[in-house]
Design a protein around this ligand. Structure first.
Ligand code: PEP
Length: 243
């Protein structure tokens, strides 16, 4: 069975003053034996997040190379040394703001695995693709091109994040989420030996209000949460809904 995981993506948010939130989230996480809690803070806070038992510290991106002339970038071994145990890759904000292609994302996934980091691979359709009924086709293409050979439940988590649901307060219908997750589970199971056990997270406007009904859906193993992960007051109720 796929592991149940709740992951918080802090994006470019959080100064040291936000660290008490991490401590409160860690307190709650330690009580949840069946759920893994991941926090992806900005890199500046990564070593301090890594100091909290109960939380899996994650980065939000990495370079595909281990070292070199890439001003401003960080490699997977550097992130591992700073305390990361996982890394979010292929987030739609990186795909849109930095023109990251599936091929580039696949290179980053390989680099992450090489450094011992688990990858949280994000895939998702745009609103136009959703309205055009192309969701599963787009996701299948992204999954095929951005997830290299060698994916296992130990090194990979897949997050389905409709681009139009991120930060909008809007989510797909529950039957749509279930249908997409079924399709992703089938594809992963047919491509990789243990692919059916890779955790599948839903992401996009998850809140304390909708979390329980999303987590009750078949093949939803947890969530990748943006805005609502920034404070324990909003994130812990979502964690509790999965526990
Ligand atoms: C995200 O950016 O990964 C995300 C899911 O954001 P939000 O929860 O704010 O929609």
């Amino acid at each position: 069975m796929a592991a149940r995981i709740i992951a918080g993506n802090w994006k470019m948010n959080g100064l040291a003053a936000a660290l008490p939130e991490v401590a409160w989230i860690a307190d709650a996480a330690r009580d949840m034996t069946c759920v893994e809690t991941v926090i992806a803070p900005p890199v500046t806070l990564l070593p301090r997040v890594a100091g909290h038992a109960g939380i899996t510290p994650a980065a939000q991106d990495c370079h595909a190379a281990d070292a070199g002339a890439h001003t401003g970038d960080l490699s997977a071994p550097m992130l591992a040394e700073a305390g990361a145990r996982a890394v979010i890759l292929g987030h739609s904000e990186r795909r849109a703001n930095h023109a990251e292609s599936d091929v580039q994302v696949a290179g980053k996934v390989r680099a992450a695995w090489g450094a011992g980091l688990r990858t949280i691979l994000c895939i998702g359709e745009t609103e136009a693709q959703y309205r055009g009924g192309r969701t599963v086709e787009v996701l299948a293409r992204q999954l095929a091109a951005s997830l290299p050979e060698g994916a296992t439940p130990a090194n990979t988590i897949v997050a389905y994040e409709p681009v139009w649901a991120i930060g909008t307060g809007i989510t797909p219908r529950e039957d749509e989420i279930e249908r997409v997750h079924r399709a992703l589970r089938d594809r992963l199971a047919s491509r990789f030996a243990q692919g059916g056990e890779i955790s599948l997270l839903y992401g996009g406007s998850v809140s304390a209000e909708n979390a329980a009904s999303i987590f009750a859906l078949q093949n939803v193993d947890g969530a990748l949460v943006g805005g609502a992960s920034l404070t324990a007051g909003k994130f812990v109720p979502i964690m509790n809904a999965l526990a």
